[in-house]
Design a protein. Structure first.
Length: 163
């Protein structure tokens, strides 16, 4: 659990109080389905008492390992995800609650990690993927295969050309 004491923020109302944590994805129960988060998960955060609420802003950093969906290459990437949340003393919709002048931010960090994961894992935006005929990685160069796929709507015309 990552507990943040709000007493420091109350003492410095209007000014942010910084803190940091180091944990793992397993401890947060933040294990994505299509990648691995290896090593430490570093959290840097600032809490600001605004009077009516507490504003949490910060950044989560981790090492993300995945297999590219297009070319099947193994990729390791250093990721950084920003978050911002406001916590009120009563009826908080964020799922964070204040108990004994402390806020457990573990759910916020877990949700930030999981929500930031892309639907498709690609090694780079312009990844060319694999050749559908021979399976060569096209990012490493052309394989020489004829990959032209004829338009099925023109199949009748192609038959005329053959005659």
């Amino acid at each position: 659990m990552m507990m943040v004491c709000i007493a420091d923020a109350n003492a410095a109302i209007g000014r942010g109080v910084s803190f940091s944590f180091v944990t793992t994805a397993e401890e947060l129960d933040a294990v994505p389905e299509n990648c691995r988060i290896d090593g430490p998960v570093e959290v840097e955060c600032e809490i600001l008492a605004t009077g009516a609420s507490y504003r949490l802003t910060g950044c989560v950093r981790c090492e993300r390992m995945f297999v590219c969906d297009r070319c099947l290459a193994s990729v390791s990437s250093r990721e950084s995800y920003a978050f911002a949340e406001e916590v009120r003393r009563t009826d908080d919709e964020s799922g964070l609650s204040i108990v004994d002048d402390k806020i457990d931010i573990s759910p916020l960090i877990r949700d930030t990690l999981l929500a930031a994961q892309p639907i498709h894992n690609v090694c780079r935006p312009d990844c060319l993927g694999l050749c559908p005929k021979c399976g060569a990685n096209l990012n490493e160069g052309e394989c020489g295969c004829d990959r032209m796929v004829p338009d099925p709507r023109l199949a009748a015309l192609e038959q005329l050309l053959k005659k």
